[in-house]
Design a protein. Structure first.
Length: 276
């Protein structure tokens, strides 16, 4: 097995419009590639960060040459802060398993979309990982709600995601993801709590309530809002030990905040990775 790495060129985004990265062109898999193993997106602000504006972006993989969809997921959150905040924490890059079989030469399209608008536009690119000898296992698919949802401001408010997650033809969920992104940063007000994934179409009675990656905001008017770890929480389940699915599945998800947010609600989104 020989690995290869390519770059889908960093491309500017604007508003909340989806854009094709790699300067609007497909990225062609090299002829020896027989597996698209993973995608590692990367984000950056194309100038100064803006008070109380987070980088909160979605990503999509599509191709007319090979069946890859759905592969719609969300990237780690990047928070800023209030007033004259002094620093921004860059989350660790995250590899999203793909494992799509290839023949070589396929044209694959990669898209980025801000879920919230930024005064200074951000940009997005991606590292793509190939293999000459096929995939590392079953192909991974991703499905998410269309948009983020504003969480509650009172402590211990359970908020339902505005739209459900729908899966058709899935076999097993192998990953649960949850992202909470700050809006107005307020001194000593934090994002902490848990998300839930609920469905009558899960072929199990096990619960799925998972902690979110906390964001803590400092003391004072120039408070930095720092999201720990990778800016996202992912709960992986080994193949055969995930959530067994009915043929058609509707998942309702929730977020319960464990701190009051009097300064303004944060946004959250939950999504899943599954196999067929």
């Amino acid at each position: 097995m020989t690995y290869g790495y390519d770059d889908a060129t960093f491309t500017a985004m604007s508003g909340v419009t989806e854009v094709q990265i790699n300067d609007g062109a497909s990225l062609t898999a090299p002829d020896p590639a027989h597996g698209l193993l993973a995608v590692i997106p990367y984000l950056a602000e194309l100038g100064a960060f803006t008070t109380n504006q987070s980088l909160f972006c979605a990503f999509r993989v599509q191709s007319d040459d090979v069946a890859v969809e759905p592969k719609k997921f969300v990237l780690p959150n990047v928070n800023t802060g209030d007033a004259a905040f002094t620093s921004v924490a860059a989350p660790a890059l995250l590899a999203y398993p793909i494992d799509t079989p290839l023949s070589g030469g396929e044209h694959i399209n990669y898209y980025g979309q801000p879920l919230v608008a930024n005064t200074v536009e951000p940009g997005i690119g991606a590292t793509v990982i190939y293999s000459t000898t096929g995939t590392n296992g079953a192909e991974s698919y991703y499905q998410r709600p269309t948009n983020e949802t504003a969480a509650g401001t009172a402590i211990n408010t359970r908020t339902q995601q505005a739209d459900d997650i729908s899966i058709t033809g899935g076999n097993e969920i192998t990953g649960l993801y949850t992202v909470v992104s700050g809006a107005t940063a307020t001194a000593s007000e934090h994002d902490s709590g848990f998300s839930e994934f609920v469905s009558p179409d899960f072929n199990t009675s096990m619960p799925y309530r998972v902690a979110v990656q906390p964001t803590f905001t400092g003391l004072g008017a120039a408070a930095n809002a720092i999201t720990g770890g990778g800016g996202i929480m992912c709960y992986n389940m080994p193949r055969g030990q995930g959530i067994p699915l009915a043929d058609k599945v509707t998942i309702t998800s929730y977020y319960t905040n464990r701190d009051a947010r009097a300064g303004g609600a944060s946004n959250f989104i939950n999504f899943v990775r599954y196999t067929k």
